[in-house]
Design a binder for this molecule. Structure first.
Ligand code: 5GP
Length: 178
């Protein structure tokens, strides 16, 4: 495995090997192939971070399914103190569908919960969440995270789709701050 890497002003060390990621993703796909075989699921990939995970996962999905891509836009609403999130790229009619949200990483869970809220407003039948990485010490929300490739400690990671200041998304392993 490779050694320390530098991205902008920070150094990162290897944390999860490519073979371990791929093994976990294949296992996840096998479970989904059984659990959702009669559901015609729509996989909704959350860009940018989930692109690499989605590619590996979907190559192992053998049941009939659709795949689509969204982005979460955050902006401060005029006259409101909070951040409003909007899903960009959501063109499908989701009524009655089984939707699998494909995420790169779940930290506090704010993002995934907001996405789920918006999807429930579109009258989906059920939501499943598949994530490459989960920080269980930080995630305290009620929304069930159905499929997790790797649980990690509460530290900043890059690679396998995740970036630091725009860099590192292309790395095929997961790295952690050195
Ligand atoms: P949450 O809303 O669950 O707190 O955070 C989700 C988003 O924060 C992820 O989609 C990702 O963009 C970013 N994020 C959370 N933890 C990390 C991390 O360790 N590394 C990187 N690169 N991004 C993270």
């Amino acid at each position: 495995m490779s050694k320390l890497i530098t991205l902008k002003d920070k150094q990162f060390k290897p944390y999860i090997l490519e073979c371990d990621i791929l093994e976990a993703v294949k296992k996840m796909a096998n479970v989904i192939n059984v659990e959702l075989k009669n559901d015609l699921p729509l996989f909704l990939v959350v860009l940018n971070g989930a692109f690499m995970f989605a590619s590996d996962l979907l190559k192992e999905i053998t049941i009939p399914c659709e795949v689509s891509f969204i982005k979460v836009a955050s902006y401060d609403g005029v006259g409101s103190s909070g951040t409003v999130n909007e899903l960009i790229g959501l063109n499908e009619n989701l009524k009655g569908r089984t939707v699998v949200i494909v995420e790169d990483i779940i930290d506090t869970g704010l993002t995934i919960n907001r996405i789920a809220e918006i999807l429930y407003l579109k009258e989906v039948k059920q939501i499943k969440v598949a994530t490459a990485l989960l920080k269980p010490d930080t995630y305290k929300k009620d929304l069930k995270i159905n499929y997790v490739a790797h649980k990690i400690k509460n530290e900043f990671v890059v690679g396998y789709g995740l970036d630091y200041l725009g860099y590192g998304r292309n790395l095929k392993e997961v790295y952690i701050l050195a």
